[in-house]
Design a binder for this molecule. Structure first.
Ligand code: ATP
Length: 875
């Protein structure tokens, strides 16, 4: 098999065996055929639950099993109608659960497929991007820093290629790859330096390889079965809800026992008391809350894609609302990343020029080499008349175009022989070229301090001169102060390509500076304002010059003063303790290397901040993982960064993070409303049944009523709360403390008093009806309890705003759910068939009016509570 001996064969032999053209790659048709033959390049996944399985899972709940047992007991004792009714209610409940869970699973699946990785392949001679699952043996795959290797590849080319193979070999130091070597057939995986393996990470350099194995046939596929999958998919909220449910369960058990015993003592029927207690237990334990919260989060995550925020880990949706600091990159996130060269300077120029001086390019060697360097030390390329590549580099080519200089002709004259790719830690990039009349020349570009550190002279019109670093740094600072990013250029002549490329970058001759403008994104201004209002501190972290960073930060309103700026050098000199005391003041970090982002996150977290951090490169991964919410760039981000992140910005836009926070807060608010609704409803049912015997009243509701209210009428409006639009003040209040309990902000007290009020209304009505010897008291209590809950759900749509100012139409789903529930409830009262199941009687018009009036009390009471809240706010 080729996959086992590719490392001992020459690439030409491998290509021949795999029937691939090393220049053109596979043809599209051949690739399609192979994909059909071999199957997708994916590791075998755990089987997904089918519809039937999902449906059956709905019955796994302990309380539901108890209910089924109760139905069986009723049936055995000849109470067929009761038994059948319980089964029907459980089934309706299961169907509602199934539909929701199915929707949630679909949502998560859709998110997964959106987050799927892509690979660059050469097919039919063209480089195209395809989902990694479509790779086939024989494909030519391009690799670059930050990419996760998509399949097992035999390398054909590699420039400074370093791969982190810990996922496969456990070795944490990145391995240098050597495509030109051939290894013995028994060489261990870790020593096969001419191969790269699926799942490992390219940390540096570039390469080209030919796919020798895909999917389960890869080395990773072979050991995949051995890796125990970590599968903790529960969000913190779900965990808290489960624990809370268990506590309530214990209390409920005690209540049920009391109700059961009191009932028996009062001489009630044993079966009736058994069913009542079981139904009450179902009512008391909010078993479904964790599942429903997960559904709300999953559906929320699906909606977030529409605002370009792709959530990779569900807990992020929930915790977004707690973010107190957003650490963001500048370039492309706060700015448009559409660069334009606006300043040009060589040592002899007094003021930087606004365009490349074409006459000087012909006469002055400093200007000429600067122009040549702009064309050559540059990976942007001309594809069908448009310039493609990194915006900094495309801007350089565009500037040459504007001056009328032909960069393609320059590139033909000076052929590229070697390169040291740009690396944001070194902030340098170098390319080595042949000279038309023999010899070699290298060009280096990068941050001004980095280039100066490798330079020993400068070029002027007449030749080399001594290097005046101070003058150059001052000039760079001046250019930066207007918000431009500054690139410095330098060159060096060589006789031959040195064996060790790193020595190319010393004793350079400085050529000049280019200042590039990258305007702030228009939407960033408003997003920053919103952040501040919402109690979130925006913090800029950039590799750029401090003056450039401060100029942009000032414009955006992130910082005003130089004292709010810290550079990477200053940061590295501080101990973590010392830095933590200063961290509060710092709003801009400049010339920071990605590794330092980790220190920033840790310090902020130690100060009690809840941090969202953006990143795109390989080196950003540790900080993204450490941050409370790691945010990767979708467009410019590497696979490694995306893999480490909780959320991906599909448009790389800072404003999207703020929108996501808004959305996260809204979703969490809605989950809280929904918990509030369910808890208050349940407490209403329990108080009603629990207190009745103490007041000398018969048990007000039949088991079937409790189940109906709990499993059917409770569920529909509760779910519609999930689509409630955000509160008006959603971004005007401080972030929620991340450890805040479920019952915080008065939720627990609310559930208790609303429940008591419902019980009070029901029991008064029951007592009055019995006193007036009205035979319909039970139907009335049943109806009032259900309708009170409808009033409650409408009133808690907002924490403080009145329903009248919100309007019913602002959540049509809820209006629909409430209407449907009322219709269903009236059906149980007026449809003869249902009357016999629910043991209800048709209510007369007055009785119905009394029921409506009594049940509206809860609505008015909660509206009054909100009015008090509004008053308090105004004070
Ligand atoms: P961020 O995205 O974090 O705001 P950044 O993208 O500006 O920061 P880097 O890309 O690390 O940060 O760039 C840091 C510095 O490196 C720049 O100020 C510039 O001087 C230099 N630089 C950027 N791109 C290149 C490049 N392609 N070649 C050479 N030097 C570059």
């Amino acid at each position: 098999m080729i996959r086992d001996d590719a490392h001992c064969l020459d690439t030409i032999v491998v290509a021949k065996k795999l029937k691939t053209d090393l220049n053109q790659g596979l043809t599209v048709d051949e690739a399609k055929r192979r994909l059909e033959d071999i199957g997708p390049n994916a590791l075998p996944e755990e089987k997904r639950r089918g519809l039937a399985e999902l449906f059956l899972d709905q019955f796994k709940d302990f309380l539901i099993i108890l209910l089924i047992a109760a139905a069986a007991v009723s049936g055995a004792l000849g109470e067929y109608v009761d038994a059948a009714a319980i089964v029907v209610i459980i089934t309706i409940n299961a169907v509602i659960g199934l539909v929701q869970e199915y929707k949630a699973e679909k949502a998560i699946e859709a998110l997964k497929s959106l987050a799927a990785a892509h690979a660059l392949v050469k097919r039919d001679g063209a480089v195209i991007e395809i989902p990694t699952s479509e790779l086939v043996p024989g494909d030519l795959v391009l690799l670059d820093a930050g990419r996760i290797v998509p399949a097992d590849l035999r390398l054909i080319e590699g420039t400074m290629l370093k791969v982190q193979e810990a996922a496969l070999t456990g070795e944490s130091i990145p391995v240098d790859k050597r495509p030109d070597k051939v290894f013995a057939s028994n060489a261990p995986i870790g020593d096969r330096q001419n191969m790269v393996f699926k799942g490992t990470q390219v940390v540096l350099g570039r390469g080209l390889g030919i796919v020798v194995a895909t999917g389960a046939a890869t080395e990773l596929g072979r050991i995949a079965g051995l890796i125990a999958e970590q599968k903790d998919t529960k969000t913190p909220l779900q965990k808290r809800l489960s624990a809370f449910g268990r506590q309530l369960g214990l209390i409920a058990l005690a209540i049920c026992a009391i109700v059961f015993v009191i009932g028996l003592l009062r001489g009630e029927d044993l079966l009736l008391m058994f069913l009542t207690s079981v139904s009450l237990a179902v009512a008391a334990v909010p078993e479904a809350l964790p599942a429903l919260a997960a559904i709300a989060l999953a559906l929320g995550a699906k909606r977030m894609v529409q605002i370009n925020a792709l959530v990779r880990r569900l807990p992020a949706v929930e915790t977004l609302g707690s973010v107190t600091a957003i650490c963001t990159d500048k370039t492309g996130t706060l700015t448009e990343n559409s660069m334009r060269c606006e300043r040009f300077w060589t040592v002899q120029t007094s003021d930087a020029l606004e365009a490349l001086p074409i006459s000087a390019v012909e006469e002055d060697i400093a200007w000429r080499w600067l122009a040549v360097a702009m064309a050559l030390c540059n990976d942007a390329s001309l594809v069908r008349n448009s310039i493609m590549g990194d915006p900094t580099e495309t801007a350089l080519l565009a500037a040459l175009d504007e001056t009328g200089l032909d960069h393609e002709a320059i590139r033909k004259t000076y052929e590229r022989m070697a390169e040291i790719p740009f690396d944001s830690s070194r902030r340098l990039m170098t390319t080595v070229h042949t000279m038309p009349h023999g010899g070699l020349v290298s060009f280096t570009k990068g941050a001004v301090e980095s280039v100066l550190a490798c330079s020993s002279a400068a070029l002027v019109k007449n030749g080399k001169t001594a290097l005046d670093s101070k003058l150059i740094l001052t000039k760079a600072e001046q250019i930066s102060e207007s918000g431009l990013r500054v690139l410095a250029f330098a060159m060096k002549h060589h006789d031959a390509v040195p064996a060790n490329l790193s020595i190319v970058e010393n004793e350079l001759v400085f050529l000049g500076l280019v200042g590039l403008m990258d305007p702030p994104r228009p939407e960033a201004f408003d997003a920053i304002r919103q952040c501040k209002k919402a109690g979130i501190t925006p913090i800029m972290i950039t590799g750029d010059h401090p003056a450039t960073a401060l100029a942009i930060a000032r414009r955006l309103g992130i910082a005003q003063d130089r004292r709010e700026v810290m550079t990477g050098d200053e940061l590295s000199e501080l101990t973590l303790d010392r830095y933590e005391t200063m961290a509060k003041e710092i709003k801009v970090y400049a010339r920071v290397s990605p590794e330092q982002k980790l220190k920033i996150v840790m310090a902020l977290q130690d100060r009690g901040e809840f941090v969202a951090m953006t990143g795109d490169g390989v080196n950003d991964a540790p900080a993204l993982k450490k941050a409370d919410i790691g945010v990767a760039m979708g467009v410019t981000g590497t696979d490694v960064a995306k893999e480490a992140a909780d959320m991906i910005l599909l448009d790389d836009n800072f404003a999207t993070i703020v929108k996501a926070v808004h959305e996260g807060r809204r979703i969490y608010d809605n989950i809280r409303k929904f918990i509030k609704y369910i808890l208050a409803s349940n407490s209403g049912e329990i108080w009603t049944i629990f207190l009745a015997p103490f007041l000398g009243l018969p048990i007000p509701l039949l088991p079937i009523h409790i189940l109906w209210i709990n499993l059917v009428t409770d569920g529909l409006p509760g779910l519609a709360l999930a689509v409630e639009p955000g509160e008006k003040d959603v971004m005007e209040r401080p972030p929620r403390p991340p450890k805040e309990g479920i019952l915080a902000q008065g939720l627990g007290i609310h559930a208790v008093w609303v429940g008591l009020l419902m019980a009070f209304v029901c029991l008064c009505l029951q007592a009055a009806s019995i006193y007036l010897s009205d035979m319909h008291w039970q139907t009335m209590v049943f109806t009032v309890l259900c309708l009170s809950q409808m009033g409650h759900v409408l009133a808690i749509r907002s924490e403080w705003q009145s329903l009248f100012s919100q309007g019913l139409c602002s959540n049509l789903s809820l209006a629909g759910a409430v209407t449907l529930t009322i219709v269903l409830q009236l059906a149980t009262v007026y449809v003869p068939l249902l009357q016999s199941v629910f043991k209800t009687q048709a209510l007369g018009p007055w009785e119905l009016i009394i029921c409506l009036a009594a049940s509206s009390l809860v609505f008015w009471a909660v509206e009054a509570e909100k009015m008090l809240k509004r008053r308090k706010r105004c004070i």
